[in-house]
Design a protein around this ligand. Structure first.
Ligand code: B4P
Length: 188
């Protein structure tokens, strides 16, 4: 199964994607996690990514696309994958289309987690207090939400037009959201 997870920062993508990928038996590929691992290891990719992430901006498409292209060639992606936080731009959609086409594959579903703005800000402010993520300060959160609205939200129309988009209510507790997700993605 080939799944894409979308939704604003703080919608619970990472939380739910990990649970769903385990349920589906496919790797959970989070571009944000890969960037953070590179930052922690001090790699050249991490150094480049960090300045964008800390400002609430997207890492350039050339960097992100090359990273995902490489990751999807790994053997564990043969049965499928769950992409969390990719694609986020028009160029990334085109690149993912090309990658899938050349492998003779197609996406099965694009899941949008919908959450009210006040709730996502509350979740990210709480995470900032608990984990100290440098991109969870209030100014950067505001910028991340703007970037999402400008660059990523329009992609939902693209996937809806293709008949791939499924919206799942991300409000409420983690277990409630997981139950809703499993009902639409796994049963389908
Ligand atoms: P991500 O790591 O994808 O960050 P995110 O959008 O905030 O989502 P995340 O998965 O962390 O949070 P979640 O909503 O699960 O990206 C970080 C940065 O990397 C981007 O800003 C960008 O710079 C860069 N990047 C990543 N992908 C890129 C791409 N394709 N192109 C360019 N740049 C890219 O959860 C948030 C919090 O809510 C957590 O603390 C969680 O515990 C909590 N939570 C979850 N569900 C909850 C619930 N039901 N109730 C209460 N709290 C809940």
């Amino acid at each position: 199964m080939r799944v894409v997870f979308m939704g604003p920062p703080g919608a619970g993508k990472g939380t739910q994607a990990a649970l769903l990928a385990a349920e589906l038996g496919v790797p959970h590929i989070s571009t944000g996690d890969i960037f953070r691992a590179n930052v922690a290891e001090g790699t050249a990719l991490g150094k480049e990514a960090q300045r964008y992430m800390d400002a609430g901006e997207y890492v350039p498409d050339t960097v992100t696309n090359a990273m995902v292209r490489d990751r999807l060639t790994h053997d564990d992606c043969r049965p499928g994958f769950l992409l969390d936080g990719y694609p986020r731009t028009v160029e990334q959609v085109a690149e993912l289309d090309a990658m899938l086409r050349s492998a003779g594959h197609a996406l099965d579903v694009v899941v949008e987690l919908t959450v009210e703005i006040d709730e996502v800000v509350g979740r990210l402010v709480k995470r900032a207090a608990e984990q100290g993520r440098t991109d969870d300060s209030e100014d950067v959160i505001r910028r991340r939400l703007e970037v999402y609205a400008e660059q990523t939200a329009p992609l939902l129309t693209t996937y809806s037009d293709r008949g791939l988009l499924v919206q799942v209510d991300g409000m409420g507790g983690v277990e409630d959201v997981t139950s809703r997700l499993l009902a639409v993605v796994v049963v389908d």
